[in-house]
Design a protein around this ligand. Structure first.
Ligand code: SF4
Ligand code: MG
Length: 390
């Protein structure tokens, strides 16, 4: 398959006063070019940390401690190959081997992210049009000349992700970028975009601001759009409209979407393949049909037993009895993390953490002893898709 991203053995930890928290542990996932891949799980399962790890937005005291994030981009491989030969393998680039300034330059152009709360993406003192124009202009310069514009791109990245630290500026607004800003507003379905471009974020409704945030994320024509609970804060009608919009944009641009949500209704509606996350691990992954109809992992079964429909999307999932295990390093036992809540737990589950066998087709895998019986025979298939394991 044509994978645009291959995340291997990714671990992201937080070093707190209470100790080391293993928010994401040895996570493996591959995302195909042009698909919508969903990560679903309860809050605290590590979904957002995974997204932030890919975006290089993990904040202190958190840090990626292990792993590889391979991004397939021939142009990038070419541009960085001489300076960072260890980071490049053919057309693949291991983002974790790149220095920060290069990773910064990828934010917005290769990867963009949208959040639950669009206000965090906008500066209240500039009009929406000015901010979109600035995004367009900065990203345009970055793609025209990746090397010389890294500093400016960094400035822009900081502006959009931590705007509180940056003073308002209009220095990148040009007539062309303003025009493109208006086009972007139109693209995301904002009526009367010429007029709306001159309004400030507080003049937008929640749904409109969500659209504007998507427009901002698209300014640099990213290859991968990461959407973290993009509709959770919206009411049901608006939520459906935003999902439709993402669907349409995906079809139009062919971009890849990584969709993160606790809502299985959203997953069912949007995704081609899905990974179910629990306690910092992906416990089952496969196509929508694999995971919804042929799931192996009892946690997936539990989640599906409590599936809310899209209409009920604002509600929380019915809790599966028991507690999510501590992710504090010293309290983590060497066994299945779902064992304490699992209705099917057996002796074996308490002895060692289950490995990743293939369950059924080569795309469908579950981290559970119930799937391990055919492990040896299917390991070769699995290696085909994920590379050698250990
Ligand atoms: Fe349940 Fe055992 Fe599978 Fe863990 S490995 S999910 S405890 S059956
Ligand atoms: Mg989250």
């Amino acid at each position: 398959p044509d994978d645009i991203l291959r995340v291997r053995d990714l671990s992201t930890r937080f070093f707190t006063q209470e100790g080391q928290i293993n928010a994401v542990s040895e996570l493996d996932v591959r995302i195909e070019r042009g698909e919508v891949f969903g990560i679903v799980g309860e809050s605290g399962s590590g979904k957002s940390v995974t997204a932030r790890s890919i975006m290089d937005l993990v904040e202190s005291p958190g840090r990626i401690t292990d792993g590889e994030i391979w991004f397939d981009d021939a142009e990038l491989a070419d541009a960085v190959g001489d300076d960072y030969p260890d980071a490049v393998d053919g057309t693949l680039v291991n983002l974790l081997e790149l220095p920060e300034r290069v990773r910064d330059s990828l934010r917005g152009t290769a990867f963009s992210m949208i959040f639950q709360d669009p206000e965090s993406s906008f500066n209240p003192t500039l009009t929406v049009g000015e901010q979109l124009a600035e995004a367009v202009e900065v990203q345009r310069r970055a793609s025209a000349n990746p090397r010389s514009t890294r500093a400016r791109t960094r400035e822009y990245s900081l502006a959009s992700y931590a705007l509180s630290t940056v003073l308002p500026s209009r220095k990148y607004v040009t007539p062309e970028s303003r025009e493109r800003a208006i086009e972007l507003l139109e693209l995301v379905g904002i009526p009367d975009p010429v007029k709306r471009a001159d309004e400030y974020p507080h003049e937008y409704s929640g749904g409109m601001l969500q659209r504007a945030m998507i427009a901002q994320a698209l300014a640099g024509e990213p290859d991968v759009l990461i959407a973290d609970e993009p509709t959770t804060a919206l009411d049901v009608t608006i939520q459906a409209q935003i999902l439709d919009l993402l669907d349409d944009l995906q079809a139009e641009t062919g971009m890849t979407i990584l969709l993160i949500t606790h809502n299985l209704g959203v997953i069912a509606r949007m995704c081609d393949r899905v990974g179910v996350m629990y306690a910092g691990e992906i416990v089952e992954r496969g196509t929508l049909a694999d995971v919804f109809d042929d799931h192996v992992h009892p946690y997936t079964e539990g989640l599906l037993g409590s599936i809310p429909d899209l209409e009920g999307a604002r509600g929380r999932l019915e809790p599966i009895p028991g507690n999510v295990p501590s992710l504090l390093d010293e309290e983590m036992a060497d066994r299945c993390r779902f064992a304490d809540r699992c209705p099917k737990a057996m002796e074996d589950c308490l002895e060692h953490p289950p490995e990743y066998p293939a369950a059924g087709s080569d795309h469908h895998e579950a981290r559970c002893v119930l799937a391990e019986t055919t492990y040896d025979e299917t390991r070769a298939l699995s290696e085909d898709h994920f590379g050698e394991t250990e």
